[in-house]
Design a protein around this ligand. Sequence first.
Ligand SMILES: Cc1cc2nc3c(=O)[nH]c(=O)nc-3n(C[C@H](O)[C@H](O)[C@H](O)COP(=O)(O)OP(=O)(O)OC[C@H]3O[C@@H](n4cnc5c(N)ncnc54)[C@H](O)[C@@H]3O)c2cc1C
Length: 338
Amino acid sequence: MIKILENYDLAKLNTFGVSAYAKFFIEINHEDDLKELFSSSLFKDNEKLFLGGGSNVLFTKDFNGIVILNKLKGIDIIEEDSEYVFIRSFGGEKWHGLVTFVVDSEYWGVENLSFIPGTVGAAPVQNIGAYGVEIKDVIENVETYEIESGKKRIFTNKECEFGYRESIFKNKLKGKYFISAVIFKLNKKQNLNSKYEVLKKYLEENKIEVKIPRDISDAIISIRKSKLPDPVFIGNAGSFFKNVYTNQEKIEEIKKDYPDMPSFKEFEKVKIPAGWLIEKCGWKGKRVGNVGVHEKQALVLVNYGGATGKEILDLSMQIITSVETKFGLTLEREVNLI
Ligand SMILES: Cc1cc2nc3c(=O)[nH]c(=O)nc-3n(C[C@H](O)[C@H](O)[C@H](O)COP(=O)(O)OP(=O)(O)OC[C@H]3O[C@@H](n4cnc5c(N)ncnc54)[C@H](O)[C@@H]3O)c2cc1C
């Protein structure tokens, strides 16, 4: 039986650590809870928000509806052959918990995605990615419930329309489906992805000869710990903005004034690291009241303590304006504004 709480503070349920009150709040612990939830009038009559680890949301105000915390747990091997193993994980599992299970079982595919906060169920929403790998590379199917009808639907990888920090669940079908479980296809044989420059350098400098997925996973954890602030100590949601994709013409225009600008050709577009643009606008390490831009990583906005979501939103707007004014490029937020 689901328990409904009222006027619930979400401060401990988002990694920015900002306070925001949900009119109603419930936890989903079993798939049966979902059936009960979908048929309740409370659910039908209110705005809804499904929440995982709260590591990619910014609450800018109280939520005048029902917040549903996903606690569906369970990881199973459902099929395997000599080459691949198929693993089904419920959406309320911690993403890094699943990675640990896979890495310890010596299957390949998610080791580069070690130590990303959040849940398995939210991971396909923005197609999490890091160090040259995206979750789309290992997803077979995504199991969902349609929120309107409560009916089950399985999306194939292709149907998820994955892109850079994008999927159908963040675009066309935003707020329409709840992801209950994800099925992953992982390699039993070594399938190394160590081309990403920072990772390659780390492995070389530390003379690490990769034999098992744990070798990569440990390297990634160490790199991430040295670069990114831990939300346990300082509120943040990882990269607040997406990198910018533009055309060669624009790159050449900017390079006239900034010949050192890093840019990377990716298919027919060119990527500019958003962190570089923000840094060049003088924001890196800057503090404005309770909020600021992290000193080591200009893409990360932080809550020094006691900040409201509105303060973080305002800072993000100032950054967007200055990048637009200086470079004529529009930054897009990666974090979901609620
Ligand atoms: C320190 C730090 C580092 C990070 N590094 C990375 C990184 O390297 N790469 C990367 O891609 N991301 C990164 N992130 C962002 C974040 O970890 C991911 O986006 C993660 O997948 C969010 O999971 P969550 O469970 O916390 O989602 P939430 O923040 O709880 O939710 C995010 C969005 O998904 C929706 N949602 C949540 N669960 C479900 C569900 N079951 N069904 C449907 N919709 C749902 C929510 O409504 C919301 O819109 C980082 C964040 C932090 C704090």
